[in-house]
Design a binder for this molecule. Structure first.
Ligand code: IPM
Ligand code: MG
Length: 371
């Protein structure tokens, strides 16, 4: 069996605690099923800054480039609030996304039946929800140049960010959305602001042309991104796949995440283009939740988003579909058994810590594998 190279970047805050639960699963899969994972470790975010004065070191970037997949925990915290902008913790994540060319960010929002009551929306609105936001991740206003603050010399400054998209960037992200829709309910809704933004006009044009040329079997609709936000909280089940740009995707995916009851539940995958020779994609998997410094080190963080990110890694980087299905089923099963970390527990209900949740999922995973 060819080896499977994983780079673990636990990062800051609850990142390391959550990653510890994935490390256990990796070891288990190696021992029990000869999965052949080879892991390396590195630093990112504040922990990398403390060690090297950079948000991610060149050595760790090289490891990321060489890995089949990167598993990323979380970055940031008040300790690094005042470090220079270029080396702030988030810069490590942005550099990984940019240098690995991870243009496609997949953010599923799934509402587990056991958690439908935890959503701030009515149960019937979210129960059974299963949508996928496909966010463009390496372009748009987060990366466009010029990006600066200039001194106007009259006591005023000007902050500038540039929203820019080329045809190929829109085409390839829409392609990913259409392909994924074919494996689901075959519907894509493209969101932009063509009523006020030139990049939105082009986005709509290219989405439409890509659909016509290669994906006319998929249903395509368009929605203005602000209306899309409104529809996401009004009746989210109308959507299957949503494709949108970097900024709108950042916001809409947080909205979608909260529909499911907790940010602590949601994984994500960031994928590059398939390599022309090997067909392999560069990839990074990370929970949508942040570093949650307020609860870091207490052993109470919810490891499910991190474990579900590993399930996405099995699915998308290694084609281990059955194992991914089983791991996701294990998560659903422990929730159905009533196990809860503090973030998803009803007030007054009994809770378990990070390690106990990780162990319970690992045990279910083994039981499902034996069945
Ligand atoms: C996310 C985060 C990041 C982003 C930050 C940490 C740079 O909010 O992954 O959604 O804005 O993309
Ligand atoms: Mg975000």
């Amino acid at each position: 069996m060819a080896s499977r190279k994983l780079l673990l970047l636990p990062g800051d805050g609850i990142g390391p605690e959550a990653m510890a639960e994935v490390r256990k699963l990796v070891a288990l899969m190696n021992e029990r099923f000869g999965a052949g994972f080879e892991t390396e470790e590195g630093l990112v975010g504040g922990s990398a800054y403390d060690a090297h004065g950079q948000a991610v070191s060149e050595a760790d970037m090289a490891k990321a480039m060489a890995a089949d997949a990167v598993l990323f925990g979380a970055v940031g915290g008040p300790k690094w609030a005042d470090v220079p902008y270029e080396v702030r913790p988030e810069a490590g994540l942005l550099r990984l996304r940019k240098d690995l060319e991870l243009f496609a960010n997949l953010r599923p929002a799934i509402c587990y039946p056991a958690l439908a009551a935890a959503s701030s929306l009515r149960q019937e609105v979210v129960e059974g929800l299963d949508i996928l936001i496909v966010r463009e991740l390496t372009g748009g206003v987060y990366f466009g140049e010029p990006k600066e603050i200039i001194d106007l010399g009259n006591g005023q400054k000007r902050g500038i960010d540039t929203q820019v998209y080329d045809t190929y960037e829109i085409e390839r992200i829409c392609g990913v959305a259409f392909e994924l829709a074919r494996t689901r309910r075959n519907k894509v809704c493209s969101m932009e602001k063509h009523n006020v933004m030139k990049s939105g006009v082009l986005w709509k044009e290219v989405a439409t042309a890509t659909h016509k040329a290669r994906y006319s079997d998929v249903e395509l609709t368009h929605m203005l991104a602000d209306a899309g936000g409104m529809q996401l909280v009004r009746w989210p089940k109308q959507f299957d796949v949503i494709v949108t740009d970097n900024l709108f995707g950042d916001m809409l995916s947080d909205v979608a995440a909260m529909l499911t009851g907790s940010l602590g539940m949601l994984p994500s995958a960031s994928l590059g283009a398939p390599d022309a020779k090997t067909g392999k994609r560069k990839a990074l998997y990370e929970p949508v939740h942040g570093s949650a410094p307020d609860i870091a080190g207490k052993g109470i963080a919810n490891p499910i988003a991190m474990i579900a990110s590993f399930a996405m890694c099995l699915r998308y980087s290694f084609g281990m579909i059955e194992e991914a299905d089983r791991l996701e089923a294990a998560i659903a099963a422990v929730l159905a058994d009533g196990l809860r970390t503090a973030d998803i527990a009803a007030p007054g209900a009994q809770t378990i810590g990070t390690t106990a949740m990780g162990d319970a999922i690992a045990e279910k995973f083994l039981a499902l594998s034996a069945a």
